[in-house]
Write a protein that binds this ligand. Structure first.
Ligand code: FAD
Length: 605
């Protein structure tokens, strides 16, 4: 029997972050995973970031996570999405060398002396008196620890579909995890089914790129992570991506074979991601569209594989080949691996506290796709927070719970634990009421102090970020004293053009210059956002509701409100306000009751 401070089950994107977060603060950590050589594998498209996801990666980086650093090591094509729109929605997307990404992350795991990677399948969770005690592996090995983080992704009771062929497995080339679902159910957890899918992988040498539109990388990309040196960068050769489109003939092949799709035959019971539908689903749901865009993305400089984003499918292999060959550039394409769908168990996340600890079992945390999310970045952010909180609990320190006004990642967690999911959940900036303030560019300013408090951001890194904050404030003050602020607020005036001829212009890092410009231009909007913030949620999120509160003892609450509160188990007044179906007067009654409890009024519990 081996003993650890924390056990992390699964080393996908969530598990790697969780395990690193624990090991880096000196906790003896076990990372148990089905195959060590498959840790951090990108199951689907080889890209990190994108709309809202780029924000999550920057926030994770500011808190001391690893994903941005790994993407910098492996990046082959960098773009800033929404570059022509406002800074709040601008987002970085990095296409990676698929193998280099996993290798880099595996090297980070291997470099941590406190982290022990164990190959094996966890089948049973051991719980005593409502607290987790450890795990048992399929081969009988026992590991004990006071905290366990479960990050099993798409692997629980996983079933893959390719046309009529069904195969047990969490991902092509990987087995499924077969025992853990029963153990979780035995502990009282509810599990449900979702599905996701992936397209075929194409042989690059068989694609005619002259028939496609070239999409080059940003020629001079900047690192995703604060910790990656700005030069030399990029670290991999830059590659071109390509764009092509489906045709009427593609849609014809798809429509005439719908009856052969496991989705339409009713073989798949789990719900799939709305924002990442399969191509057969697209031609049905968007029947009036005459074509769909396909992005051809090379999987690495030394790989002959191309990932066709937009063509996820589980149709039989011969139908996949038939529809692919109707697409310009793909007329003679050959396929290395066909697309498929996978169904898996997930645990509805309303069973979790905002720390990602389960409500039912102390010391047991869930993160990643297991919580009903979709995407590497969503998984990684949850993994980092679950790992941080597991570690803080073991060390007897207060948990990390970020407010919705501090991070998109906090919005992600709050949405999950408050509302749950009825389809695979992905992040959008529009989910945040504070999105003007939650920009990629200021993630470090917002979150580095939290990263330092939990032990993942070094003092010198925090000092550098605090220096930027001072430099931004100083420069805004200087511009104000020279009466230049009004000019900078004009849309056509940039910071660079404003100070180009200014002999007193200080030598500021580029990130500081950009933040000065954004903060000045958006000061009015940000002030409005601040005012509305002050009027609404913030204070309420810090007004905690004791676990032991009995809703039937809150005077005046309707039975419906009591039922919703009992089901939602809000941890704070802010959380209660966001529960669906609760009106302000119910919240008012709860507030009054809490005030009376705090004042020790008669009848208080
Ligand atoms: C076919 C497919 C298509 C996808 N398509 C998309 C897409 O289009 N868009 C998108 O955003 N995302 C997609 N995804 C999802 C994406 O891969 C996940 O969001 C992401 O990988 C989740 O990270 P995770 O860490 O939660 O889990 P994973 O990356 O799945 O990692 C889970 C880890 O847990 C380990 N494990 C599981 N059970 C056990 C156990 N009992 N004992 C020990 N180890 C265990 C596994 O070995 C694995 O290392 C797809 C996934 C698949 C498989």
């Amino acid at each position: 029997m081996q003993s650890f401070d924390v056990i992390v089950i699964g080393l996908g994107h969530a598990g790697c972050e969780a395990a690193l977060a624990c090991a880096r603060v000196g906790l003896k950590t076990a990372g148990v995973t089905l195959r060590a050589d498959r840790a951090a594998v990108m199951s689907c498209n080889p890209a990190i970031g994108g709309t809202a996801k780029g924000h999550l990666v920057r926030e994770l980086d500011a808190l001391g996570g690893q994903m941005a650093r790994a993407a910098d090591q492996a990046g082959t094509h960098f773009v800033t999405l929404n570059a022509s729109k406002g800074p709040a929605v601008r987002a970085t997307r990095v296409l990676c060398d698929r193998d280099a990404y996993a290798r880099t992350m595996q090297a980070s795991l291997a470099a941590e002396p406190q982290l022990c990677v164990i190959e094996g399948e966890v089948r049973v969770l051991h719980v005593e008196h409502g607290r987790v005690r450890g795990v048992e592996l399929a081969d009988g090995r026992q590991l004990v620890a006071p905290a366990v983080v479960v990050t099993t992704g798409t692997f629980l009771q996983a079933l893959m579909h390719l046309g009529p062929v069904k195969e047990v497995g969490g991902r092509l080339g990987d087995a499924a995890a077969t025992g853990l679902s029963d153990s979780l159910r035995g502990l009282g957890f509810v599990l449900a089914r979702f599905k996701t899918g992936t397209p075929a992988r194409l042989k690059r040498s068989t694609i005619d790129f002259s028939r496609c539109e070239r999409q080059p990388s940003d020629p001079a990309p900047r690192p995703f992570s604060l910790r990656t040196p700005a030069a030399p960068f990029p670290l991999q050769p830059l590659l071109d991506c390509w764009v092509t489109h489906t045709q009427a003939s593609t849609h014809e092949v798809l429509r005439s074979n719908l009856h052969r799709s496991p989705l339409y035959r009713g073989d798949i019971v789990g719900r799939g991601p709305r924002y990442c539908p399969s191509v057969e689903d697209k031609v049905v749901r968007f029947a009036s569209k005459v074509r769909h865009t396909v992005f051809l993305e090379p999987e690495g400089p030394s790989s002959d594989l191309v990932y066709p984003a937009g063509l996820s499918t589980s149709l039989p292999a011969e139908v996949q080949l038939q529809f692919l060959r109707t697409i310009p550039g793909l007329e003679a394409v050959e396929v290395e691996r066909f697309g498929y769908a996978v169904e898996y168990d997930f645990a509805p996340p309303t069973q979790l506290r905002p720390t990602l600890e389960t409500r039912a079992v102390g010391g047991l945390f869930f993160a990643g796709q297991l919580n009903g999310t979709s995407g590497y970045e969503e998984a990684a952010f949850q993994g980092l927070v679950a790992g941080i909180n597991a570690g803080l609990q073991v060390r007897g320190q207060p948990a990390l719970v970020l407010g919705r006004e501090e991070a998109h990642g906090a919005v992600l967690l709050d949405e999950l634990v408050t509302h749950g999911v009825d389809e695979p959940f992905r992040m959008f900036t529009s989910r945040s009421e504070h999105r003007l303030k939650l920009r990629e560019g200021n993630a470090a300013l917002r979150l580095s102090a939290h990263g330092h408090r939990v032990g993942l951001v070094a003092a010198d890194e925090l000092a550098r970020v605090e220096g930027w904050r001072q430099a931004i404030d100083g420069e805004i003050q200087r511009l104000g004293s020279q009466r230049l602020l009004t000019a900078l607020k004009r849309p056509e005036v940039t910071y660079d053009s404003l100070v180009a001829a200014d002999p007193a212009r200080p030598d500021l890092p580029r990130c500081v210059q950009e933040e000065v410009e954004v903060e000045v231009k958006y000061a009015g909007y940000i002030a409005m956002a601040d005012a509305s913030l002050a009027r609404s949620h913030t204070g309420f999120d810090h007004w905690s509701i004791p676990d032991a509160l009995r809703w039937e003892e809150v005077p005046g609450l309707s039975s419906e409100a009591r039922e919703r509160l009992a089901r939602g188990k809000p941890g704070s007044i802010g959380h209660a306000r966001r529960l669906l179906g609760l009106n302000p007067s119910a919240i008012g009654l709860v507030l009054v009751h809490l005030k009376r409890l705090r004042q020790g009024a008669p009848g208080s519990t």
